[in-house]
Design a protein around this ligand. Structure first.
Ligand code: SAM
Ligand code: DTB
Ligand code: SF4
Length: 308
């Protein structure tokens, strides 16, 4: 049927609470109505500007506020980025995603990023970048360079958000998403779980995504990768808090699939910790995209041979 943008939080809570076989059945049914159920889209990530970020996202090894092993680097040279894109294409990726640890790009930096996008696109790869907050004019420039997707996550529920990030508001994220959408770029927007949020926050995150005026074309669901030195890794170590039940991760994927049936739901960070059995359940629950390549931005990812 028609796509819905008027989901209530209560309806989404009810989906999360369905008996597991019923939830998977509904998700798989919608998955098959909208996609080839045995096809998985593969995107490769590259950190084109690593570390030294002024934001304070409590999960992130790239924030300058935390003492992690990631050291700040300059924006990569275009030729090096294109060589990485070529290697990703040769390994079978269909989309190349370039991430920069910025609060927002400077116009000078954007010139270089636009050249990278043009070069990657010329190889026949889809392009995606994630550069932090964007103005309307910056989004239009990226569109002119041929950008296919912009990644900017809502990260969690509006209520839990303040526990994770204090340097940028939820509304600022929504504004950037509007600018990307208005410029005619496809939206890649999701979030993370396993950050100490409650079940209602997971419902709140999916609710925020599924009630956007247009559903994101691509929805990355990340499982927190605990990186030494970040507040979330410290918190988990001190509180000995129970890690997220893997079945609750699978439920999050299923509810994303049911509420946003035409979106690519991407199994994102955390696959290394998940193991194959949990990943297989995620594919049954409607995930149909992965990050592919031995590295995410700064942390590990399953070997590409294993993913093949
Ligand atoms: N600096 C840009 C921004 O935040 O908009 C782009 C890159 S940022 C690393 C993109 C996303 O990666 C975050 O929104 C978060 O969902 C995810 N992420 C970052 N660190 C993570 C971690 N340790 N575990 C899981 N997901 C993480
Ligand atoms: C997204 O939602 N996940 C990706 C991508 N968008 C940019 C990033 C995951 C980063 C995991 C931690 C790291 O490798 O630094
Ligand atoms: Fe910076 Fe992005 Fe990391 Fe937040 S998630 S600290 S904005 S690189």
């Amino acid at each position: 049927g028609d796509l819905r943008h008027d989901w209530t939080r209560a309806e989404i809570r009810e989906l999360f609470a369905l008996p597991f076989p019923e939830l998977i059945y509904q998700a798989q049914t919608l998955h098959r109505q909208n996609f080839d159920p045995v096809e998985v889209q593969v995107s490769t990530l590259l950190s084109i500007k690593t570390g030294g970020c002024p934001e304070d996202c409590a999960y992130c090894p790239q924030s300058a506020k935390y003492d992690t092993r990631v050291k700040a680097e300059k924006l990569m040279e275009i030729d090096k980025v294109l060589a990485e894109a070529k290697a990703a294409k040769d390994a079978g990726a269909s989309r190349f995603c370039m991430g920069a640890a910025w609060r927002e790009p400077k116009d000078r930096d954007l010139d270089k990023v636009c050249a990278m996008i043009e070069g990657v696109r010329a190889m026949g790869l889809e392009t995606c970048v994630t550069l932090g907050m964007l103005t309307n004019a910056q989004a239009r420039r990226l569109k002119q360079s041929g950008l296919d997707y912009y990644n900017h996550n809502l990260d969690t529920s509006p209520e839990f958000y303040g526990e994770i990030i204090t340097t940028r508001t939820y509304q600022e994220r929504l504004d950037t998403l509007d600018h990307v959408r208005d410029a005619g770029i496809h939206v890649c927007c999701g979030g993370s779980v396993g950050m100490g949020e409650g079940a209602d926050d997971r419902a709140g995150m999916i609710h925020a995504l599924a009630t956007l005026p247009v559903h994101p074309e691509s929805v990355p669901i990340n499982l927190l990768v605990q990186v030494e030195g970040t507040p979330l890794a410290n918190r988990a170590a001190n509180e000995k808090s129970a890690a997220l039940d893997p079945i609750d991760f699978v439920r999050t994927i299923a509810v994303a699939r049911i509420t946003m049936p035409r979106a690519r739901v991407r199994l994102s960070a955390g696959r290394q910790q998940m193991g194959d059995a949990v990943q297989a359940l995620c594919f049954l629950a409607g995930a149909n995209s992965i990050f592919y390549g031995d590295k995410l931005l700064t942390t590990g990812n399953p070997d590409w041979e294993a993913d093949q």
